[in-house]
Design a protein around this ligand. Sequence first.
Ligand SMILES: Nc1ncnc2c1ncn2[C@@H]1O[C@H](COP(=O)(O)OP(=O)(O)O)[C@@H](O)[C@H]1O
Ligand SMILES: [Mg+2]
Length: 354
Amino acid sequence: MMSPSVENGYSTDVLLRVSDLKKHFPIERGFLRRVVGHVQAVDGVTFSIRRGETLGLVGESGSGKTTVGRCVIRAIEPTSGKVEFQNEDGQLVDLIGLEKSSLRHLRRSASMIFQDPYASLDPRWTVKDIVAEPLRLSSMASGKQLDEEVVRLLKTVGLEPKHMLRYPHSFSGGQRQRIGIARALSTRPRLIVADEPVSALDVSIQAQILNLLQDLKVQFGLSYLFIAHDLSVVEFIAERVAVMYVGRIVEMAQTRSLFTQPRHPYTEALLAAVPKPDPDLRGKRVSLSGEIANPAAPPPGCHFHPRCRYAQAICKREVPGWEEIAPDHFVACHFARELTLQGVPRSGDAPARD
Ligand SMILES: Nc1ncnc2c1ncn2[C@@H]1O[C@H](COP(=O)(O)OP(=O)(O)O)[C@@H](O)[C@H]1O
Ligand SMILES: [Mg+2]
């Protein structure tokens, strides 16, 4: 057997491949619940995640990130497209249309951590029950073995096993998120969809949870689809970043290249919100005006054109193609080759000159 090749420090071996994924939610009206339209929450999204890799998925609230995550763990059925997962033989298998038994098996390979540790844990359940439930449901452990597994998981996430008979309300926000992480780890997944896992936490706690996720990644060889609404959170955790706007990915690149040389005006605007160490750069940047477009009636052409300071006539008419503008740097913008957009210098980078 060939060993997986290693590129840029991580394996190129693909764990998850999502191709042209769409999820359209029907909008129903009136007594007869007539379908009057569709929310195009996800409208043709393609990306892959390699083993051991973290892909950041970033965009404003309403851009479709959670819906992508839920389709990946198959909590909801996609409208169309493929979600392929590497099985034990190293083959990519389309989860859509799989039989129940194989689906259940592959489903265990991916789990999700939710944004709000207050809402995502059932207040009537003890920590032990919360962490043990996925193991029980999948018949992976029972009795004494189940107890031992819960103890191991709690220790892994930095919680004291003696607290396992307590209820979620007696824990702090950060500890509750640790409970959610222990639960997500219980079935020994290979991929974790982390849906804004630190957005609801105090800034002082955010770094602890990010460090924990980073340690677990190394310890268990995990891959993450790491969802965030703000680029600063993914900067240090993701090897690559995909930027999503109204159901579509508009730019995807290695993190450093996306931050220092954004090629899509939406990415440039999101970067303007990232805190800057250099006071000279503050206040000189473009900011994002207007509201995110309605995914039930998105603007024609490039969805971003009504908010784009560089938009031209073609942007209102034609959907821009997806092109590889530099190695491993993809963008969908009619003017990606002409524009010089402003990035964020990383520490250690030479200051940009005007
Ligand atoms: N179950 C649903 N039914 C109808 N619309 C939905 C449903 N879930 C999400 N949406 C809509 O899909 C769009 C994308 O939502 P979501 O995936 O939650 O975005 P994000 O996570 O980026 O904030 C939003 O307009 C949202 O209102
Ligand atoms: Mg969301």
